[in-house]
Design a protein around this ligand. Structure first.
Ligand SMILES: [Zn+2]
Length: 182
């Protein structure tokens, strides 16, 4: 009956678990559960702050993986296509050297999310520098950088499902600003 098909963020998870999520949304309980687990949005709001944030994690785990030429929030990344971030790697010859330009873009919606979700998406995109596919080696690298990776990805997908169903975001820039002033 829907005019447009919506992404299923929980595809691949056990049906009983997915049912539980939809039930909690129907009972208007999921928002409180998520807010209790993740009370605050992070403060990495500018592209400059995001650049530093990504570099800190990269320096710890992927020091030798080459330079990142660009890191930024991108409002053209639409979660509707189920892409939360992108990473590009373009190699070109410059003089006698082969230069690789790597960029990481994070969907702007992550600006107003808990730090745990930002970390999850950053770890995901950083892992792609070394592993292109979503295979075992890729997820092992994600878990190496963030031991809670799988739980965080699930919780993020739960939130995206909530957001899509209710249209209400749980964390806002306003809330972050007032916390800042306090
Ligand atoms: Zn990916």
């Amino acid at each position: 009956m829907k005019a447009v098909s919506t992404p299923n963020y929980l595809a691949g998870y056990p049906i009983s678990l997915v049912d539980q999520v939809h039930q909690l949304i129907a009972q208007d309980r999921l928002g409180d559960i998520l807010l209790k687990k993740y009370p605050q949005a992070h403060t990495v709001r500018t592209d400059r702050a995001l650049y530093d944030y990504v570099h800190e994690i990269k320096a710890e785990y992927l020091r030798n993986a080459g330079q990142l030429s660009k890191v930024e929030y991108d409002n053209k990344i639409h979660v509707i296509r189920n892409a939360l971030g992108t990473h590009t790697s373009v190699s070109r010859v410059q003089g006698s050297k082969l230069k690789t330009k790597r960029e990481i873009r994070v969907a702007t919606m992550f600006r107003t999310m808990p730090g745990e979700f930002l970390r999850m998406i950053v770890v995901h995109e950083l892992a792609h520098i070394k592993e292109r596919e979503h295979d075992k080696a890729f997820y092992q690298l994600c878990q190496h950088m963030e031991p809670d990776y799988h739980q965080l990805e699930f919780d993020l997908r739960v939130y995206l499902t909530y957001l899509e169903t209710t249209g209400k975001s749980l964390w806002s820039v306003e809330a972050v600003s007032s916390v800042d002033k306090a």
